[in-house]
Design a protein around this ligand. Structure first.
Ligand code: SF4
Length: 485
């Protein structure tokens, strides 16, 4: 039987995946092994995911961003899902969760695993409910069957809402928005109708045996996460967290890699406390947060309200952030929403890493700032988090090739360009420029490939191919430079 990254790390082995991760993060492979062995980081890498380029999730490494894709009863098919995968990786997703609940689930999941260079995550209870014909009809056997099948298909990590227990349900009675997690609400219904304990909790050890065999990372779902500020930090949320801590240790005892999911909706001043509390209760297992949204009042802009919370979470030690799109609470996201959500979250992750002092994180900022001060427009576009948008916005007003050499842009204009004025003044005063010189070497930066060019947006070789006849969701016109100049 193949062994998990955790088991091998505990035995002192530095695996190929650890070597690759160390290369991507510009860290010592021995440090990567130590972090995995201690359970402080995970490398989601199913033995049967051949296309995977291994990555790591842990607070000592660059904060990662997950994008959710998936069909529903009414929208999308296989080609549509592959297009979404392509779009998500194109705009820099570090992992992708397939949350499909419509038709062709097996076909879509297999295709995603086959094409994806990033880890694929799922929530198996969705398929189990569909097969059972309703939440109340779920059985222990069916749940285990679905989990095992998805593990065999090469899924790298699965959300398992095992922490929602019968005794927690009354704690949600006074909530403003009740139970908002899909998995949590399904399991609550099952427990109430069947009068039995959560089957994922009851069968957790057997689930761990499946995960150990395939090296599936368990992502312990927060089925009782608060759905609004009024419910944030309530008894139900923290009672479940205690159970997640218990389950973390059960999984570790079986050599299963673990991360723990977190809220949701949290006031800004409580975000760091939430991260610290999870780290304490779950013995430092990586924390994977959805947002959190720091206010409830901005439907249509929840990529922003949640990116504010996500930035603080990343600064405080969150390991991965699940993106939120502008369509949150309103509808299924489309390609442009995926782009906006990923941009917001990559900014949050990077800003958190800079503030937390992650080695090398600020090199990217310094390189872009140097290009900006040098009026090296092409390099500024290349270094931008979303090069296509930066180039397009610049070219809206100054499209000509000559403006790529200009010492101004249309924002202040030629006469009032402060950087040009500053440089001219320095030239006069010193006889020569005394400015940042653009010498930051990104190749040797400690964050060489993570959240930096050429990951995601910048390295097209990592973006999965689409079958012929399937056009991408996003417009590639500017990628090849056709719209440049
Ligand atoms: S014109 Fe203004 S915004 Fe544009 S480069 Fe100069 S200082 Fe920056």
């Amino acid at each position: 039987m193949s062994r998990t990254q955790l088991a091998r790390a505990r035995d002192g082995e530095i695996t190929d995946a650890m070597e690759r991760v160390a290369e991507r993060e510009n860290r010592d492979p021995a440090f990567v092994r130590e972090q995995v062995a201690a359970g402080q980081a995970v490398i989601p890498a199913n033995h049967d995911h051949a296309a995977l380029d291994p990555m790591i999730i842990g607070r000592e490494f660059a904060t990662k961003v997950n994008a959710n894709i998936g069909n529903s009863e009414t929208t999308s098919d296989l080609d549509g899902e592959l297009r979404k995968l392509h779009t998500a990786v194109h705009y820099g997703a570090d992992t992708v969760m397939d949350l499909s609940t419509g038709d062709d689930l097996d076909e879509i999941r297999r295709a995603n695993v086959e094409h994806s260079p990033v880890p694929i995550g799922t929530v198996p209870i969705y398929e189990a409910v569909k097969r059972a014909g309703g939440a109340a009809e779920l059985t222990h056997e069916l749940l285990l069957d679905v989990i095992e099948k998805q593990a065999e298909q090469g899924v790298d990590y699965m959300t398992i809402h095992a922490g929602v227990r019968m005794e927690h349900l009354p704690l949600t009675d006074g909530r403003t928005t009740g139970i908002v997690s899909r998995g949590g609400s399904i399991l609550a219904q099952w427990m109430e109708e069947n009068g039995m304990q959560n089957p994922l909790y009851a069968k957790f050890e057997e689930i761990c045996e499946i995960f150990r065999e395939h090296d599936v990372t368990v992502s312990l779902g927060d089925g009782l996460r608060p759905g609004c500020l009024a419910d944030a930090g309530d008894e139900a949320q923290f009672a479940e967290l205690e159970t997640l801590g218990e389950l973390t240790r059960v999984a570790w005892d079986r050599d299963v890699q673990v991360m723990v999911e977190g809220p949701g909706h949290v006031p800004l001043d409580d975000v760091a406390d939430n991260v610290e509390r999870q780290q304490e209760v779950c013995d430092g297992a990586p924390f994977y947060l959805l947002g959190p949204l720091v206010t409830d009042v901005a439907p249509g802009y929840d990529h922003i309200t949640s990116a504010i919370g996500a930035t603080e979470a990343a600064r405080a030690g969150a390991a991965m952030l699940c993106y939120v799109t502008p369509k949150e609470h309103l509808g299924l996201p489309e390609a442009e929403d995926v782009r906006d959500g990923l941009a917001a979250y990559r900014i949050a992750a990077h800003a958190g890493d800079v503030a937390a002092g992650l080695p090398g994180a600020r090199d990217w900022d310094d390189a872009l700032s140097a290009a900006r001060y040098d009026f090296d427009w092409r390099r500024q576009f290349d270094l931008a988090l979303d090069p296509e948008r930066a180039r397009a916005y610049h070219d809206q007003t100054l499209p000509g090739d000559n403006y790529k050499e200009a010492r101004f842009c249309s924002m202040c204009g030629v006469e009032f360009c402060s950087m040009r004025i500053d440089q001219d003044a320095r030239d006069v005063a010193d006889g020569e420029m005394d400015a940042i010189d653009g010498a930051t070497d990104l190749e040797s930066s400690a964050a060489a490939e993570v959240n930096l060019p050429p990951t995601g947006t910048h390295d097209m070789s990592r973006v999965p191919d689409l079958p012929e006849a399937v056009s991408p969701d996003h417009d590639h016109a500017t990628e090849s430079g056709e719209a440049d100049d």
